[in-house]
Write a new protein. Structure first.
Length: 265
């Protein structure tokens, strides 16, 4: 037998024994074949020797197909790349990393939304912030009206509406007066303010007279029944002349309700 044929057969067997994995990429999918590790070639070696002694080229494919894997040897079927990665636990690790990334993205989104809400809350006018700065701030707040006494319900509603809109000033409801007054019967409200804030409260009360049930307003020694301001006599001091508070007298029955801050300056 020619020496080069012996050498080629030996090289073929040696190559088969040392190949661990053959990989091919076809149509974008990874196919991995691992049939060689741990193979025993007892019967096949004889076949290969006989083939090498013949004049024809040895049929390595047929000989290889007959090889019996040893116990515990890798499977002899092509293994897709995804199966190989899954068997190595890499898919689980990738899934865990994806979930972690998704959870982190959700956390960041929640924090951004909370920061946006907080910023909006800081920018929103708080009760009293609008007073004296171009308009009312809010029609509702936690203003305490318990000190008004047994005023009529629509008087208490007006106190909350105007008090919240203009800085929660001190409020006076039921009280005794030396002259004729709506205070003793619970049909009057005083808001203790001065200057521009008093101007705005007086105008807002008159603008919502029908809704609040307002009868008239006294402010800075002037009275207004809804048809304009008229001067009053000088009563001697700021309190008597209504310079340090806006006085509002109310009708004997409630107004239509739902006052509108949009009518107020």
């Amino acid at each position: 037998m020619p020496r080069h044929r012996h050498r080629r057969a030996d090289e073929t067997l040696s190559g088969l024994r040392h190949v661990a994995t053959a990989a091919a990429v076809a149509s974008g999918a990874l196919a991995v074949v691992t049939p060689v590790a741990g193979l025993e070639f007892g019967p096949v070696q004889a076949d290969l020797r006989l083939a090498s002694e013949s004049t024809d080229e040895p049929d390595l494919d047929a000989a290889f197909a007959g090889a019996a894997p040893a116990a515990g040897a890798p499977r002899d079927e092509p293994v897709l790349g995804a199966d190989l990665v899954r068997s190595a636990g890499l898919l689980d690790a990738t899934a865990d990393a994806g979930r972690a990334a998704g959870e982190e993205a959700e956390r960041i989104a929640r924090e951004a939304a909370e920061q946006a809400r907080s910023a909006a809350g800081r920018d929103r006018p708080q009760p009293g912030e609008g007073a004296g700065r171009g308009g009312p701030s809010s029609a509702a707040c936690d203003i305490d009206t318990s000190g008004l006494g047994p005023v009529q319900s629509w008087v208490a509603d007006a106190a909350e509406f105007l008090g919240c809109a203009y800085g929660q000033p001190e409020l006076i409801g039921v009280a005794q007066r030396g002259n004729a007054s709506d205070h003793p019967s619970g049909h009057a409200l005083d808001l203790m303010v001065r200057g521009e804030t008093g101007d705005r409260i007086a105008e807002c009360a008159l603008a919502n007279a029908d809704e609040l049930g307002v009868k008239y307003v006294i402010w800075e020694q002037q009275m207004n029944h809804g048809s304009g301001w008229t001067e009053m006599e000088d009563r001697g001091d700021d309190t008597a002349n209504h310079v340090d508070h806006v006085h509002i007298s109310f009708e004997k029955s409630a107004g239509s309700g739902d006052p509108d801050l949009g009518k107020c300056a």
